[in-house]
Design a protein around this ligand. Structure first.
Ligand SMILES: *[C@@H]1O[C@H](CO)[C@@H](O)[C@H](O)[C@H]1NC(C)=O
Ligand SMILES: *[C@@H]1O[C@H](CO)[C@@H](O)[C@H](O)[C@H]1NC(C)=O
Ligand SMILES: *[C@@H]1O[C@H](CO)[C@@H](O)[C@H](O)[C@H]1NC(C)=O
Ligand SMILES: *[C@@H]1O[C@H](CO)[C@@H](O)[C@H](O)[C@H]1NC(C)=O
Length: 404
């Protein structure tokens, strides 16, 4: 009996271990188990697609694992939902590499590198990196080679959330996107925190985060140094909080451009708070096309710190980069209830507060409240403010002296 019970016990133990292990992993889908090599050269796209497909089909709280210490070359991939489970986790600990520039890009669709589409309850975390390897795209950008045959106007967005709901993403780094780093499109209830977005100051059209058709979005505790806007807020956006961000180099935080080609804009309840702007071309900016209609309202810019910013506070309702579309019209986007409070720092240009509003639909309900701006360099003298069709009130100290 004794001689039998020992192997029996071992067998039982083994069975138990297998059961426990299998159970512990049954909801974890590691791309390595789907054949990804992670050597940075082999195309791992199909492993990612298969791993996602199983993750999305799993029932209770599954996790797609992209492990640490590896580099995965992944081509354009759409991670589509809806998924079975009400929450889906993506543990991104390794690095995902995009095809290296336009010559390596095989898809005919140039708009997006990786996208989540129609996915709800997504949680992305894990200190991993998405490296867009944008240099090859930037080098051929039409912005730097205007009119040149074969120059590039559209390059891939690194990560797009399209028609998603209830998204949280934290601790992820984004480097060198060919164009926009993170795009929220038709997506609501989003929390993006502790992100690190880095591209050279000179890279073209590489917005950090762009929102359009987005509601209930919080972007917080992040470093964004992209060549273009740190955060840009497009049309049909509501309830957006942008807090505790280091922004720069780049173009600042921008609402717009809105109203291009006669579009009726609607942007409401946007709060930008505790942002440090360092050597950006703009700080708090709202820009609209003269041809636009609609409304921007309920915007607060508070507790901002500008360091050597070219246009710390700017409303430009004459925005235009396509001369044929810049005709004087009888319309304008109405900008109302915008408040600027507790703003400090230095300006690189003389007109530190520039409220250049529509001559057809003036800005109303503007508040300037406790603003202290000084010259960034000795070359510029006294700072000034400029109002064109802008109306509202002043509170506390306003330096330079308010034009309202
Ligand atoms: C935005 O958040 C509010 C408050 O939590 C919620 O009532 C509303 O449904 C959300 N909007 C969308 C479009 O999900
Ligand atoms: C934005 O901040 C306000 C005030 O703290 C808060 O009530 C609101 O829920 C926040 N909205 C989002 C989408 O985080
Ligand atoms: C504003 O930023 C400058 C430059 O980083 C820093 O020296 C200063 O302490 C900041 N001011 C506040 C109030 O945080
Ligand atoms: C306001 O916009 C008009 C039209 O673009 C421009 O000519 C003018 O210089 C701007 N004013 C300021 C103070 O920037």
């Amino acid at each position: 009996m004794d001689s039998l019970s020992i192997p029996y016990a071992i067998c039982l133990l083994l069975l138990l271990t297998i059961c426990v292990c299998a159970n512990g992993n049954s909801n974890s889908f590691n791309v390595l188990s789907y054949g990804a090599s992670g050597d940075g050269r082999t195309d791992d796209s199909s492993a990612f697609s298969k791993a996602w497909s199983d993750t999305c089909k799993a029932t209770s709280n599954p996790t797609l694992v992209i492990p640490q210490g590896k580099q995965f070359l992944v081509r354009q991939t759409i991670f589509a939902g809806p998924c079975k489970s009400s929450t889906i986790q993506v543990q991104l600990s390794g690095t995902i590499l995009a095809p290296d520039g336009p010559d390596q890009w095989k898809s005919t669709d140039l708009s997006t590198w990786l996208a989540f589409q129609g996915v709800n309850g997504l949680r992305i975390y894990g200190k991993g990196t998405m490296d867009g390897r944008g240099k090859g795209w930037w080098d051929r950008s039409c912005k730097y080679h205007p009119g040149q045959k074969g120059c590039i106007t559209l390059a891939p967005t690194s990560l797009k959330f399209f028609n998603c709901n209830d998204i949280k993403m934290k601790d992820i780094s984004f480097h060198n996107s060919p164009q926009i780093h993170v795009l929220l499109l038709g997506t609501q209830n989003v929390d993006l925190g502790f992100l690190n977005i880095q591209s050279p100051g000179t890279s073209p059209n590489t917005d950090g985060i762009h929102l359009q058709f987005a509601t209930n979005v919080s972007i917080h505790d992040s470093n964004i140094a992209a060549g273009d806007d740190c955060v840009s807020i497009g049309d049909k956006t509501f309830n957006i909080n942008i807090t505790d961000i280091n922004c720069g180099p780049g173009h600042g935080v921008s609402i717009g451009s809105l109203g291009m080609g006669g579009v009726s804009a609607q942007v409401e309840n946007i709060n930008v708070k505790r942002v440090n702007f360092r050597e950006t071309t703009n700080g708090a900016r709202i820009k609209t096309w003269q041809t636009g209609r609609g409304i921007v309202q309920g915007v607060t810019f508070s507790n901002l710190n500008f360091t050597a910013v070219e246009n710390p506070i700017i409303i430009d309702q004459y925005y235009c980069y396509r001369p044929s579309a810049c005709k004087q019209t009888k319309t304008g986007v109405h900008i109302r209830t915008v408040s600027y409070s507790e703003l400090i720092g230095t300006s690189k240009t003389e007109v530190a507060i520039n409220l250049n509003c529509s001559n057809v639909v003036p800005c109303t309900g503007i508040t300037l409240d406790n603003i202290r701006l000084a010259s960034a360099t000795r070359e510029i003298g006294q700072l000034t403010s400029s109002c064109n069709h802008a109306y509202g009130v002043n509170r506390g100290t306003v330096q330079p002296e308010s034009c309202l």
